[in-house]
Design a protein around this ligand. Structure first.
Ligand code: SF4
Ligand code: SF4
Length: 472
C-alpha cells in the first residue's frame, strides 16, 4: 500500500507505514550499532529516510543524543552558516468557513471580532511593516470563498508589492492559504509569490477528520494532496508543517518526512521549508485540552532530527515560541524566524482595541524587530533580509541543486551582509546600528572570493550613499 510515488494521500502517507516506522524506531532506539550507522550516513549530508530519522528521534541514550545535537549544529553551520532569515506574518482576513477545533477562527466562534482588510488597510499595514524593516512577508487568511476568494488574495498580493514607502519594499510574499485548485495555484504563481505554505496540522487521518469536523478542510485527501496541485500549477517552492500537540509527535514526525520524500519522488524536489508550530492558547482555545503537547526538550530534539534528515530544507520557527525556546532551536537547525509579529487582522499600523481582538494565537515573543535583530547579533547570528533567490530565478530544483552542492552559501552570506546594511541604515536604533556595523566589518573578510568581496564592499558603500537592493 505504501508508495511514495503515488498521488494518493493515503498511499504516500500510508498509516500502516507510519505505524511500522514507529515500531521499528521503538525496537531500535537502543541499537547503538544501527544508530552509529545512521549517524555515519547523516554525516554525508545527504539526508536520511523517515525510518532512519525516526530511530534517532526515539533514541534516549544520552551519549548518542549529544552526537545527534552536535551533528545538527554542524549541518546547520555547513548549509546556513550563522545567518537567520527574517520575515513577518500578515493576516488579511479571519473569516473562515472551517471548523478546526484548535483555531479561534473556526466558524462557530461567535465572540471573536471578524475582520478583513481592505486594500487601503493592506497598504497601511505594509507601510508599517516596511517602516519596521521587513522585506519578506507570509500572508495568511482563513478559508472563505465569499469573503476571501482567490481574487481578493491576488489583489492583496498586488497591493503589497506595489507599496514603496521611503526606502522600503516587500520583495517576497509567501502565501499561507487553504488548499485550493491547480488553476488558483497557477494564478498565485503568476502573481509572483515566493513559497506556498500549507500546514498539514496532523497527518493522522482519523484525528484529522475529528479535528476538522466541518467545512472543506474536512477532506483529508484534498488537503494532503494540495502540494502536488500547487506544484502542478507551477509553484516551485512549497512549505510543509504540522501543528505539534494535536497528535503524537512521533507519528507526525515520520509522516512529515514521508511527505517530503513523496515530493522528492514525484517532483524531484523536496519541500523548500518546514515549519514547526506548537499549539498555543487563543480566544476560545485552551491548549491543555489537547493532550499531545510536547515539552521544550522534545521540541528541540524534533528540530535537530529534521535538520539532519533534510539538511537542505529551511526550517521556520515563529513568535509562538518564547525567546528562550527560539534561542535553543536556532542553534540546532532553524534558519528563518519572524520578528515583531502581530497575529491579528491588522495591528501593525495601530494596536487593536481590546474589544475588537482578532488574534489567531497568543504571541510568546513580543519583542520588536529591532530587539530581535539585536538579540540575534549578540548571539553571533547575522539577521538577513535577503529575498534574492526567487527574484534571480533560483527556485525549485535549481535552488535545491545549488543548495545541495553548498554553492548557495556564496550568495547567502554576501546578501545577508548587504540587506543587513540596508536595515541598519534605514530602520535600526543607534545601539543596534553600532553592533551591526561592527558585525559587518568582522564578516566581510569571511567572503572567500576576492572579486565577490570587493563587489560587496563597493555595494555596502553604495548603500551607505543611499542606493538600495543589491543582490547576488
Ligand atoms: S486553521 Fe485555518 S482553516 Fe482552520 S479555522 Fe483557522 S483559519 Fe480557518
Ligand atoms: S540567497 Fe537565496 S537562499 Fe540565500 S538567503 Fe537569499 S533567498 Fe535565501
Amino acid at each position: 500500500m505504501y508508495n511514495p510515488k503515488s498521488m494518493k494521500a493515503e498511499e504516500f502517507i500510508s498509516h500502516h507505514e507510519v505505524l511500522e516506522t514507529l515500531s521499528y524506531a521503538e525496537a531500535n532506539k537502543h541499537n547503538t550499532v544501527l544508530i552509529d550507522s545512521i549517524l555515519e550516513k547523516a554525516r554525508l549530508r545527504k539526508g536520511l529516510t523517515h525510518r532512519e530519522a525516526a530511530v534517532l528521534l526515539d533514541c534516549d541514550l544520552e551519549e548518542k543524543n549529544q552526537e545527534i545535537y552536535t551533528l545538527a549544529r554542524q549541518i546547520k553551520q555547513d548549509y546556513y552558516g550563522n545567518r537567520i532569515v527574517m520575515f513577518a506574518p500578515l493576516y488579511l482576513s479571519n473569516y473562515c468557513v472551517n471548523g478546526c477545533v484548535y483555531c479561534p477562527y473556526h466558524l462557530k466562534n461567535k465572540h471573536i471580532a471578524r475582520k478583513k482588510l481592505t486594500q487601503e488597510e493592506v497598504a497601511r499595514e505594509v507601510t508599517a511593516l516596511q517602516d519596521m524593516g521587513h522585506k519578506r512577508l507570509a500572508i495568511e487568511a482563513g478559508e472563505d470563498p465569499v469573503n476571501n476568494p482567490i481574487e481578493y488574495i491576488l489583489d492583496c498580493i498586488r497591493t503589497i508589492y506595489s507599496v514603496k514607502h521611503k526606502n522600503g519594499a516587500i520583495r517576497r510574499v509567501n502565501v499561507n492559504i487553504a488548499a485550493t485548485t491547480v488553476e488558483n495555484y497557477r494564478e498565485l504563481k503568476e502573481a509572483e509569490i515566493g513559497t506556498y505554505i500549507l500546514f498539514q496540522e496532523t497527518y493522522h487521518k482519523e484525528s484529522y477528520q475529528t479535528l476538522h469536523p466541518t467545512g472543506p478542510k474536512h477532506d483529508y485527501a484534498y488537503h494532503t494532496e494540495a502540494m502536488d496541485r500547487a506544484m502542478e500549477g507551477g509553484i516551485d517552492d512549497v512549505g510543509l508543517g504540522v501543528l505539534f500537540g494535536l497528535e503524537l509527535y512521533r507519528y507526525e514526525f515520520a509522516a512529515l518526512l514521508m511527505h517530503a520524500e513523496h515530493l522528492e519522488a514525484v517532483r524531484g524536489v523536496g519541500p523548500h521549508t518546514i515549519s514547526v508550530p506548537r499549539i498555543r492558547s487563543a480566544d476560545d482555545i485552551d491548549p491543555s485540552v489537547f493532550d499531545n503537547g510536547i515539552n521544550d526538550d522534545t521540541f528541540a530534539k524534533i528540530v535537530a532530527c529534521i535538520r539532519i534528515a533534510v539538511p537542505y530544507t529551511g526550517m521556520i520557527v515563529s513568535t509562538r515560541e518564547s525567546q528562550a525556546c527560539r534561542e535553543k532551536v536556532l542553534h540546532l537547525g532553524v534558519s528563518q524566524i519572524s520578528g515583531g509579529s502581530r497575529t491579528s487582522v491588522g495591528g501593525y499600523w495601530e494596536e487593536e482595541p481590546e474589544e475588537e481582538k482578532s488574534e489567531q494565537f497568543d504571541v510568546s515573543d513580543r519583542r520588536t524587530l529591532d530587539e530581535v535583530v539585536r538579540w540575534l547579533m549578540d548571539m553571533g547570528y547575522i539577521p538577513s533580509f535577503c529575498t534574492a533567490c526567487y527574484r534571480e530565478g533560483r527556485t525549485g530544483d535549481r535552488f535545491m541543486s545549488l543548495c545541495k552542492s553548498g554553492q548557495l552559501q556564496n550568495c547567502c552570506h554576501p546578501n545577508a551582509l548587504m540587506t543587513l546594511e540596508e536595515y541598519l541604515m534605514d530602520y535600526a536604533s543607534p545601539g543596534t546600528q553600532a553592533v551591526g556595523q561592527s558585525m559587518i566589518r568582522q564578516e566581510l573578510p569571511n567572503i572567500p572570493n576576492e572579486t565577490v568581496r570587493s563587489l560587496v564592499r563597493q555595494n555596502l558603500e553604495n548603500i551607505r550613499l543611499g542606493q538600495r537592493d543589491f543582490r547576488l
